[in-house]
Ligand binder design. Structure first.
Ligand SMILES: NC(=O)c1ccc(NC2CCCC2)nc1
Length: 254
């Protein structure tokens, strides 16, 4: 997986990438990252990349030309690496509050791409004409406004990387699987068995894997029902048999 980030702050991206799993995966050669400084592609003498918005309004907008040329340079680099001229349709993700909300499902889908280009805006955004020309996916990481697209890009790269085969050792992948079934994570415990007088739930010490799994599912369901009822409802719809079995079991215990 090759991550390409178009940004005015490449160091922010490079520093953010050397976290645990992303850094290790980069060393293993499973992931690679290039952060491209959009400012390097401006044709203006004073390294200008932004200007006042037509129609008035507060703030500045990033101009189309430097963004377009930086993106073209990245696409040419991809085509050179893949020895394919011209037919590459690379996904260009623009981070924006107006985009589709990012999710584990989208992370899994994007993890199947060989190359991803992230376009990080700043100021009040980017000239619409270049967005229309190059962006394939408009994505938001949540309903709030940020100063730039860099943090959302790093959030997305982390979540996507966790779904790239080989990035997570098998001991780390458990966390991802649990959300994958659309439920929130169950509570987790580690040594010591008693901390400040608080014991670890007995079932987790029993060594009975079936009971542990049952306990974890019950906890996930309870947490999901409380915090994200809409996720709970959609899970319940596609797991009718779980509730039938549970009712029968409770019947037997009466
Ligand atoms: N919720 C988000 O994913 C998000 C993305 C970008 C952004 N700000 C950027 C967008 C163009 C200029 C700053 N704010 C919020």
């Amino acid at each position: 997986m090759f991550f390409h980030v178009l940004t005015l702050f490449p160091d922010m991206i490079r520093d953010g990438f050397t976290t645990s799993i992303l850094g290790r995966a980069a060393e293993k050669g499973i992931l690679s990252l290039e952060a491209v400084n959009i400012r390097d592609y401006t044709k203006s003498r004073h390294k200008k990349v932004d200007d006042y918005p037509y129609g008035g309004g507060a703030g500045m907008l990033m101009q189309a030309q430097p963004v377009y040329d930086a993106c073209q340079a990245v696409i040419e680099g991809i085509q050179t690496r893949k020895k394919t001229a011209g037919e590459e349709k690379v996904r260009v993700i623009y981070l924006t509050p107006t985009g589709q909300v990012f999710s584990q499902q989208l992370a899994r889908e994007l993890a199947r791409e060989e190359d991803l280009i992230f376009l990080c805006g700043h100021y009040e955004g980017i000239d619409e004409r270049v967005l229309q020309r190059i962006v394939t996916d408009y994505v938001s990481i949540g309903d709030y406004v940020l100063t730039g697209g860099e943090l959302p890009a790093m959030v997305m790269m982390d979540a996507i990387a966790r779904n790239v085969p080989g990035v997570l050792g098998n001991e780390e992948s458990a966390q991802t699987e649990s959300f994958d079934d659309g439920l929130l994570e169950y509570p987790q415990y580690t040594r010591p068995e008693i901390w400040e007088g608080e014991r670890v739930p007995e079932v987790l010490l029993s060594g009975d894997h079936a009971k542990v799994e049952e306990w974890r599912l019950e906890k996930s369901l309870a947490k999901t029902k409380e915090v994200r009822p809409e996720l709970y409802e959609s899970w319940a719809e596609s797991h009718q048999e779980y509730f039938v079995k549970k009712a029968k079991k409770e019947e037997r215990l009466r």
